[in-house]
Design a protein around this ligand. Structure first.
Ligand code: FUC
Length: 790
């Protein structure tokens, strides 16, 4: 016991570091939680969307904060159903010309029916992401006891979930963290008097078994089959309990008697090593992780996790102002009447979005899926997989702009793998070179169309993902990165060079078969040729591949081919109602759902920059018209997209109205998870980007300052936003006016800065930040003199 004693004592020291366990209830009550970095509640979670998420990119837990019974719902990001499979429909290649012919002949219903029968993958569905299980902690001595001064919180700045309360004059404190450094979840449990505790691990996965020996509890099992695809993954979770005082016995789980404090280390792993290799040894991985973590000790685990978290989290600091409402518990703030101004809730939402991305998408792990990392259901909504006709992309919208470039790595890795599986789909289904991914993928990197033709028959998912490679490059301008992803971008473009069809009526190039994601242009039919979004994505992709080739000084013949094809892509059109056309034909007015959640044809306005208010005002006006018809309120992610679009239209008050709806009880759960409904994490990330987009926009080498500042945020500041060209941007504003902007970049060169109608050119040099004053920027005469001085 001596060794354990020392370790737990170390843990207490680290508690002080994290601001977690050592604080007494009375002290905690005296200091109000920081309303922009803290989610907090006066009662335990009763539902999953009240529980608080922690994660290290790979391991996740939802912490309920129970008194006599605590549940940590557990995830490991590679635990999905099934195994490697080939979903390509063998009939597809032969049927494709006929589907195209029917589309060209305008026989769309027949084309869709044929595509549905012959082109959709086998199986027609993909594999679902799975929960690993639950860690259940029970305190027999606390049953039926009434906790007082109950407080539960998630501190975003220290990535620590804390629960504390008093029972019969005894204070209980519990903290949970997930360490990206030591690859364990660590739970620390303390009370002022000795307590009894039972520990169990359970799993809904097939043949899962927990075995306890000494101070270890080990759960093993395997994943399930799905839709005829055999489950091939094995998984293991191992928990080690370290007690201070008392005794421990192993039975079904671990039973601890009269301990003064307990530290739990939990490791989880599967045999997944990649979509083509599942030969990992999960038991060996978890036992190594536990042994290493134990040797490190609780204090160093906590300190290491804290430093690593803050390295990313503290890169940005936002202040949008505050109000008395901000001191309420988080669930009350979400529930509050929207007329009650709470600008600090938007700040909290922004900080939470960054916290969530750090917690669910770290180098070496899987990309953030529809629920990020957190999923309790064996049948999650939409399988909690990767929907790439908006949702996966939206997950990464805040990454580079809010200083979380590292979090993009799992997405890049996923694209590398999709390019491999997608090359087979391109070849076998389309007889094409390059690679393709339709509207969904999963852990196994399936790329064939699924679900049915009205949803799945969309070949542009891989192309859209590739624009993220360019955007990531453009924010950091690291040629080595660009060189490493160039083949992926090139392959995505090559597929379309081989498959674009000439529209006989116009001679222009269009995708076919395709659709405007999930939107019907006539009752029951969405299949078509050349939906606006495809044409827009391909304009970006072809342009980006061409620019990349030039930067890397390679592939000039291919770049010329792309430029020629790009010039023949059917352009954006304005329809008879003044709207931006969603399809080649002016069908917008006849589409069955004018308020459809997807706003795919507005891709050109956001996230792309093809349409801007200053360079393409007529198209921007048409996009505005389309957006007005679609309406402001939609599913979670669709609401977040609308906020970004209004920010790009530079209408801050409109964007803010939408943000207010997004942060209200219809679209936000008590734990601030986004409500599609049900929970889907994309809205959190889209909302985070929208807030950034209202304050700063960057394209190429120009920067727009406060382009969509709403009246609701008259005073504020932001530090550390990132613009294209490796730039850091700090802003301070008062009474709705910019006071100062500080720009820094490690890349020397000219940048164009815009504030409203005023433009200034500045020269940036490494190590020499430039501070611009708002007054100076606003007065154009003085601007001349001032620019000259720089
Ligand atoms: C797309 C959306 C749905 C949902 C699903 C996961 O199909 O149209 O709203 O977000 O993805």
């Amino acid at each position: 016991m001596r060794a354990s004693r020392r370790r737990v004592l170390q843990g207490l020291t680290a508690g002080a570091l994290t601001g977690g366990m050592t604080g007494r209830v009375s002290a905690a009550r005296a200091r109000l939680p920081d309303p922009t970095h803290m989610l907090w509640y006066r009662q335990p979670a009763t539902t999953w969307t009240e529980a608080l998420p922690i994660g290290n990119g790979r391991l996740g837990a939802m912490v309920f904060g129970g008194i006599a019974r605590e549940r940590l719902q557990l995830n490991e990001d590679s635990l999905w159903s099934g195994g490697p499979y080939d979903p390509i429909n063998p009939a597809a290649h032969a049927a494709l010309p006929e589907v195209r012919r029917l589309i060209a002949a305008g026989r769309l219903k027949e084309a869709q029916a044929l595509a549905d029968r012959m082109l959709i993958g086998t199986p027609r569905t993909q594999m679902p992401y799975q929960p690993l299980g639950d860690l259940i902690l029970s305190w027999p001595g606390l049953l039926d006891a009434d906790g007082r001064n109950y407080h539960r919180q998630l501190d975003l700045d220290s990535a620590t979930a804390t629960t504390r309360f008093m029972i019969n004059g005894v204070e209980h404190r519990r903290t949970v963290i997930a360490s990206p450094v030591d690859q364990v979840i660590m739970v620390r449990i303390e009370a002022d008097r000795p307590f009894d505790l039972d520990i169990a691990l359970a799993s809904p996965q097939p043949e899962a078994q927990a075995v306890a020996t000494d101070d270890l509890l080990t759960l093993t099992g395997h994943n399930g089959d799905h839709a005829g695809v055999k489950g091939v993954l094995r998984f293991a979770a191992r928990l080690k309990a370290v007690i201070m005082g008392g005794t421990m016995t192993a039975n079904d789980g671990l039973s601890i008697h009269r301990a003064r404090s307990v530290t739990l280390l939990l490791a989880m792993a599967t045999s997944y090593r990649g979509f083509e290799d599942q030969e990992g040894d999960p038991l060996a991985i978890v036992s190594r992780a536990i042994a290493k973590a134990q040797a490190r000790g609780a204090a160093r685990i906590a300190a290491g996790a804290l430093v690593e978290h803050r390295r990313l989290y503290r890169r940005v600091a936002l202040d949008l102002g505050t109000s008395p409402q901000a001191d309420r518990p988080t669930d009350e703030r979400v529930r509050a009447d929207r007329a009650v101004a709470d600008p600090a809730l938007a700040t909290l939402y922004f900080n939470y979005g960054r916290y969530l991305l750090i917690a669910c998408s770290r180098p070496g792990g899987q990309a953030a899926n529809l629920q990020g990392l957190w999923n309790e259901s064996v049948k999650p909504p939409w399988d909690s997989k990767y929907t790439v006709n908006i949702n996966t992309e939206m997950n990464y919208w805040p990454a580079d702009v809010t200083g979380l470039g590292e979090c993009v790595e799992p997405l890049v890795q996923m694209i590398r793998e999709l390019a491999i599986s997608g090359a087979r789909t391109a070849r076998e289904m389309y007889g094409a070179r390059g690679w393709v991914c339709h509207h969904n993928s999963d852990l196994w990197r399936a790329t064939a169309p699924i679900d049915g033709a009205p949803w799945g028959m969309w070949p542009t998912g891989g192309a859209w993902l590739c624009t993220h490679l360019w955007d990531h490059y453009d924010h950091h301008r690291d040629p080595a990165f660009l060189r490493s992803v160039y083949p992926l971008m090139r392959g995505a473009a090559l597929f379309f060079l081989d498959t674009l069809q000439t529209d006989a009526r116009t001679g222009l190039l269009v995708t076919s078969p395709s659709l405007s994601p999930e939107n019907e242009h006539s009752p029951g039919v969405s299949i078509c040729a050349g939906p606006a979004m495809d044409q827009q994505i391909l304009r970006d992709l072809f342009d980006q591949v061409g620019r990349a080739a030039a930067i890397l000084d390679t592939d000039s013949a291919f770049a010329r081919q792309l430029a020629a094809a790009r010039a023949r892509l059917a352009p954006d059109r304005i329809g008879r109602d003044g709207q931006l056309q969603e399809w080649q034909e002016d069908w917008d007015g006849q589409a069955p759902d004018p308020h459809h959640r997807h706003v795919s044809h507005l891709y050109a306005l956001f996230p792309s920059e093809q349409i801007t208010v200053d360079r393409t005002p007529a198209l921007a006006q048409a996009a505005r018209k389309s957006l007005e018809v679609r309406g402001d309120q939609s599913t979670g992610w669709a609401t977040a997209w609308r906020a970004n679009l209004w920010a790009r239209l530079q209408d801050g008050d409109h964007a803010h109205r939408i943000i207010a709806y997004l942060l209200g009880p219809q679209r936000t759960y008590p734990n601030l998870f986004d409500a599609h409904p049900p929970f889907q994490i994309d809205g959190n990330f889209g909302g985070t980007r929208a807030i950034a987009e209202m304050l700063m926009q960057s394209r190429e080498d120009s920067l727009l300052l406060l382009p969509a500042l709403p009246r609701a945020w008259p005073n504020g500041s932001v530090r550390g936003l990132r613009a294209r060209g490796r730039m850091t941007v700090d802003l301070l504003w008062r009474d709705g006016q910019l006071v100062s902007a500080t720009l820094a970049s490690a890349l020397p060169g000219k940048r164009l800065v815009r504030l409203g109608e005023v433009q200034a050119e500045v020269m940036l040099a490494p190590g020499r930040p430039i501070r611009l004053s708002g007054t100076m920027l606003r007065s154009s005469d003085r601007l001349q003199a001032w620019t000259a001085r720089l």
